[in-house]
Design a protein around this ligand. Structure first.
Ligand code: AN7
Length: 368
């Protein structure tokens, strides 16, 4: 057989990967888009659901635990799900510039999608409290970065007022299209598991994501795509837990800078999600967050940012409440690469430095 014919055969029998054109294409009937909406996408969504036995073993009772690894979105966080919608709708409305306040991930995502859509982006961040990776992203994606001497809550107050007075679209989660896009993560979980889980564990900052997940689970339940609804288990860092303590926190503090938020804008909606799902909000300490962060890295090969590890830390904290044979999904909202400083400071691995570049000294270092 001629070589070229063989080659042709080989290619035609190669398995074809399913085509994925982003979550708006995938879930169009469920989203507020029309044929006139220009779809601005970086092919976000379709993130993996990974079983994590090391967490299940710590719970026992036949629990099955999965990670929804949303840190694998194009800019490394779940924000891309909401941003593809917010930016597409802003483009449809003829908007030329967008603005957001951010603890980091929203700014990275807004910058990337605005650029993809040919729009300008301004991001207002708390000076000194945004992880390096996120700041790097906003700058590389071409945002204009404004770091203020104040926290996220202050930044959000400012951008809300600004967007009311000037022709610039606000893309924080007060923008309803954001939550519409984010609800698709719940759709994916139901499709992967064949039903909704018993529990959904999720970190909360501004509480937009928990609101979006609840919306997604309800929509699929009412469309009979799932037989049940999950209990919504929300977790906050203990130094920054306005939803657990039921009061505004004026000076929120936590190692999980992504959720360093003292006055969540989606508070009412999140409380409704908790009440209607028979859920529970609990706080976890920074050391509990770091403990889970390390377990995920060392025992599962999953690197998330500290805010994301709050969902797993929370699950382990309330593990005595887990009913027998439960299916639980923990959402890991952001990629570990976002916050390299935290990673370098918080691990139990061996790191030899200043070693002579000779085989003998390396062998000695290795303990042989
Ligand atoms: C990794 O980027 O608020 O409860 O400005 O980055 O929907 O606010 C980030 C929030 C969880 C909390 N995990 O989500 C921002 C911002 C990570 C995050 C949250 C955030 P919400």
């Amino acid at each position: 057989m001629a070589f070229s014919k063989k080659l042709k055969q080989l290619f035609s029998s190669a398995p074809k990967k399913n085509k994925w054109d982003g979550l708006i294409e995938a879930y169009k009937p469920w989203l507020p888009v029309t044929k006139n909406t220009p779809i601005i996408t970086l092919k976000e969504g379709a993130t993996p659901l990974i079983e994590v036995k090391s967490i299940a073993n710590r719970i026992g009772k036949g629990a099955k635990v999965y990670i929804k690894y949303d840190g694998l979105n194009p800019t490394g966080s779940f924000k891309d799900r909401g941003m593809t919608m917010a930016i597409s709708k802003a483009k449809e409305a003829g908007c030329e510039a967008v603005i957001c306040a951010s603890t980091g991930n929203t700014s990275a995502s807004a910058a990337a999608y605005a650029t993809k859509g040919g729009m300008k982006s301004f991001v207002v961040i708390p000076d000194g409290y945004v992880a390096q990776g996120k700041l790097a992203q906003a700058l590389v994606y071409g945002a204009e970065v404004i770091a203020i001497k104040g926290n996220f809550d202050k930044a959000l107050d400012i951008v809300r007022e600004l967007s009311e007075k000037y022709p610039i679209t606000l893309v924080n989660s007060v923008n309803p299209y954001r939550l519409q896009g984010q609800k698709t993560a719940a759709f994916e979980i139901v499709e992967n598991l064949g039903d909704a889980p018993d529990w959904l564990c999720i970190p909360m900052g501004n509480a937009g994501n928990i609101t979006a997940y609840w919306m997604g689970f309800k929509e699929f339940f009412h469309a009979k795509k799932s037989k049940q609804l999950p209990r919504m288990m929300g977790f906050q860092a203990s130094g920054s837990a306005p939803l657990v303590e039921n009061k505004i926190i004026n000076n929120p503090e936590t190692i999980a800078t992504a959720i360093r938020i003292g006055n969540p804008v989606n508070k009412e909606k999140a409380l409704l999600a908790k009440e209607s799902s028979n859920g529970k909000f609990t706080s976890v300490t920074d050391s509990e967050i770091i403990e889970s962060y390390k377990i995920l890295g060392r025992e599962e090969g999953i690197f998330c940012e500290p805010a994301s590890a709050a969902s797993v830390a929370g699950l382990l904290k309330v593990k005595d409440d887990v009913p027998k044979n439960s299916t639980i999904v923990c959402v890991l909202t952001g990629n570990g690469l976002k916050d390299p400083d935290c990673a370098i400071k918080n691990n139990d691995s061996i790191f030899h430095t200043g070693i002579d570049p000779e085989i003998n000294s390396i062998i000695k270092t290795m303990g042989f």
